[in-house]
Design a protein around this ligand. Structure first.
Ligand code: C5P
Length: 234
């Protein structure tokens, strides 16, 4: 898949999601969308199937983290949904990530892209050292987890756009970075801290940007999405 903008559909119901996406009905290409825990737990496989039917590419962001056998079996179920991208926590370890790939791979050898969450952007250096008892710098941890993900056969990681460079340095330019924390230079930052613009994310080397409120809460969401595409993907 080539560079793209993923709209984070952080809505609480199927109805709210479809009402929002109906605004894009006149577009010649459908936006790629992210279904996270809130929407998936509320609307389940039905919303995934409906968005597929409408022609959207889907990133199913469920961040699996469990023993390898459980993750493998869960991924087997998710692979039947035919989403385009899904993810696990790199903290589950290499064996778990390899099991996830196994579960996700269909009989014909195809599978959705699989990426790993390194350290959540809500985890501070202090919390990582003092609560999780992981020593060293958060950037070293992110590079190390990204290398583990690559060795387990994954396609890339989710990280802040500001960490994209160090991931590419550690794992090579073909290893994908999917980056939330995107804001237009003239928009609100909300609760995001480590942010950058779509154009800067492209310069740093993001392969996909995940954009929520700058599009979903915009007065004209279609115009905001087009602006992201123009700055990042075209
Ligand atoms: O509204 P906003 O653009 O901040 O939404 C960003 C999306 O990316 C949300 O769905 C959020 O949960 C997700 N995300 C994030 N930071 C991470 C991982 C995921 O903001 N480290």
């Amino acid at each position: 898949m080539k560079r793209d903008v993923i709209i984070a559909c952080d809505f609480a119901s199927k109805e709210a999601t479809l009402e929002f996406l109906d605004k894009f009905a006149g577009e010649s290409r459908k936006p790629m969308v992210k279904i996270g825990m809130e929407l998936y737990y509320a609307a389940g496989n039905e919303i995934v199937k409906e968005l597929k039917r409408r022609g959207h590419k889907i990133f199913l962001d469920l961040k699996l983290h469990d023993i390898p056998n459980t993750v493998k079996k869960a991924m087997k179920v998710l692979s039947a949904l035919d989403v385009d991208m899904t993810n696990v926590h790199a903290a589950g370890g290499k064996e778990m990530m390899a099991a996830a790939i196994e579960g996700l791979t269909r009989e014909d050898g195809t599978r959705p892209l699989l990426i790993a969450v390194t350290q959540l952007t809500s985890t501070s250096q202090e919390a990582m050292n003092e609560q999780l008892l992981i020593e060293g710098s958060i950037n070293d941890c992110i590079a190390h987890y990204a290398k583990n993900a690559k060795e387990a056969g994954l396609d890339g990681v989710v990280c802040s756009p500001l960490e994209g460079g160090l991931v590419k340095e550690a794992c090579g330019s073909d290893f994908m970075t999917v980056t939330p924390g995107i804001r237009f230079a003239d928009s609100k930052t909300d609760d995001q801290k480590r942010i950058t613009t779509p154009a800067r994310a492209r310069e740093i080397g993001s392969d996909f940007i995940v954009v929520g409120r700058p599009i979903t809460a915009a007065e004209d969401p279609v115009a905001a999405w087009r602006r992201c595409i123009a700055d990042f993907a075209d």
